[in-house]
Design a protein around this ligand. Structure first.
Ligand code: UD1
Length: 463
């Protein structure tokens, strides 16, 4: 069942809400020993038009940001993904009213909310639950949130988030898996981030927006979702300048008000479709994008020999010649995004020559390589560097998604491969890609989501 239907069912029956009629539905399948997987018959050239949804990494910050005001906010262009369902569920559990107005528009009201605690069961399901720390601290001057979970990409500390909260006058304590924040009074301050961190930058913004006086965040991250959070908060009456540069200035305001705001298009979803079009030798118009946000991806695709035509709010990706090798190093924005590394590495297995991919953000972002090898890829990994010998072809195989973007890479591999690919553990993929099967089928992919009892699968394998 789509995540969004779960929300619709929640909002219609808020008074008799039970675990089973909301988020429980998402987990029910797994509890009942049901296995979901994508089955892809590869080798079809993608062609046609595909629509990109709102950005996951913006939506998961904008939703907790609603806590900063006492009036309803309407968010449009909200993606239908499980990370959004989890964020909304946390809001609901804390006492906010959550209501879908249509498929992609949600009204959230945190009016009169008193709760400042996000328990383990809710927070552990996604990394971005850390945004509740900044938002609750900004609203109540205190917060109690379980340490976040998330994709296994290596060490994922939150020391820079805590450094920012301390600079604003909060005492931070971690005990029994909970992060406790408390401030007598939040005061604007100078915050220098030792590493460029998306999460710490956004959390600092959330906490500082209602603090007394001026906050300056230096060495801030510059991703499009940071600009989106600033725009959203400014539309609520905040005073934030410089988002999108490495110095963000926030003049604290007493109160924020309700607003209606449309989530920025997801540049990683767009990039994933761009690479899928390239990997299948296709011709796809990718709509609802901001081409400027895609520049690092576009420029690498062009180097590989892929044509990218840019329009106002769409890009056409098409192939009319061989794909050639290139080197990639991931970096914070505007560098090449780490969240596109697995997808682009997959494309390079299909290109002529030897490519080198260096991961510059996460410790362990090559875990998907073993799965790609099962499909015939020739990749060797040494620490943060992968050497890819382009073999020009992949073959279908049963594989497992080990995280969200690894899963996206396997889908691309499956679409380009000869034969059938079965991808398990697709709940990782559904955290960040909404209506993926429908979207890909519309441009000619042969992909299905199959649900089968685990016992049957095991019998099939052992039999
Ligand atoms: C966000 C994205 C994620 C993306 C990543 C980098 C969300 C919900 N997730 O993750 O998809 O891959 O940006 O673009 O938006 N670091 C520290 N201390 C901290 C925080 C981070 O050392 O307190 C380090 C991390 O270990 C990592 C680097 O900084 O090496 C970047 O992490 P960060 O930008 O914070 O990633 P997230 O915000 O968690």
């Amino acid at each position: 069942m789509a995540a969004q239907n779960l929300l619709l069912c929640l909002t219609k029956e808020q008074t008799d809400f039970t675990e089973e009629n909301f988020f429980g539905c998402l987990l029910k399948l797994r509890r009942e020993n049901v296995l979901e997987k994508y089955v892809i018959r590869g080798g079809r050239r993608l062609s046609g038009e595909i629509e990109v949804s709102g950005a996951k990494n913006a939506a998961v910050a904008l939703i907790p940001a609603v806590l900063l005001c006492d009036e309803p906010c309407v968010l449009e262009n909200v993606p239908d993904i499980s990370d959004v369902s989890i964020s909304l569920r946390i809001m609901y559990e804390m006492g906010a009213k959550v209501e879908y107005l249509d498929k992609t528009t949600v009204r959230i009201s945190a009016e009169g909310l008193k709760n400042f605690c996000v328990p383990y069961e809710s927070a552990r399901r996604m990394r971005a639950s850390y945004y509740f720390l900044g938002a609750l601290l900004g609203r109540f001057s205190k917060a109690r949130v379980s340490m976040p979970g998330g994709c296994p990409l290596g060490d994922r500390p939150i020391d820079q988030h805590l450094k920012a909260f301390s600079a604003l006058g909060a005492k931070c304590n971690i005990e029994y898996g909970m992060v406790d924040l408390y401030a007598e009074h939040l005061r604007g301050s100078q915050i220098y981030l030792d590493v460029v961190s998306v999460g710490a930058t956004m959390n600092a913004m959330l906490a500082a927006v209602r603090a007394d006086g001026l906050t300056v965040i230096e060495n801030a991250a510059k991703e499009p979702h940071i600009v989106d959070l600033a725009n959203f908060l400014n539309s609520m009456g905040a005073d934030i300048m410089g988002a999108g540069t490495d110095v963000i200035k926030i003049r604290g305001v007493k109160n924020l008000h309700g607003t209606t705001y449309s989530v920025v298009p997801d540049q990683i979803e767009a990039g994933t479709f761009m690479v899928a079009a390239a990997a299948t030798g296709g011709d796809v118009l990718i709509k609802n994008v901001i081409p400027k946000h895609l520049e690092p991806i576009t420029s690498k695709l062009r180097k590989i020999g892929v044509n990218v035509d840019e329009y106002d709010d769409s890009v056409r990706v098409w192939v009319d010649g061989p794909l050639v090798r290139t080197n990639i190093k991931t970096m914070p924005h505007p560098g090449f995004p780490t969240d596109m590394q697995p997808q682009m590495a997959t494309l390079l297995t299909l290109a002529e020559g030897t490519s080198i991919v260096t991961e510059g953000v996460w410790e362990q972002r090559f875990r998907y390589v073993d799965e790609l090898r099962r499909m015939g890829a020739d990749i060797s990994v040494d620490g943060k560097v992968a050497v890819i010998e382009g073999t020009g072809k992949l073959t279908g195989a049963p594989v497992k998604a080990c995280d969200l973007r690894a899963g996206a890479a396997l889908i691309i591999a499956g679409l380009a491969a000869k034969g059938i690919t079965e991808i398990e553990d697709i709940y990782h993929i559904e955290r960040g890609y909404g209506n993926l099967v429908e979207k890909l089928r519309k441009v000619g992919a042969d992909i299905q989501k199959v649900t089968s009892p685990v016992a049957t699968m095991r019998e099939a394998v052992s039999g």
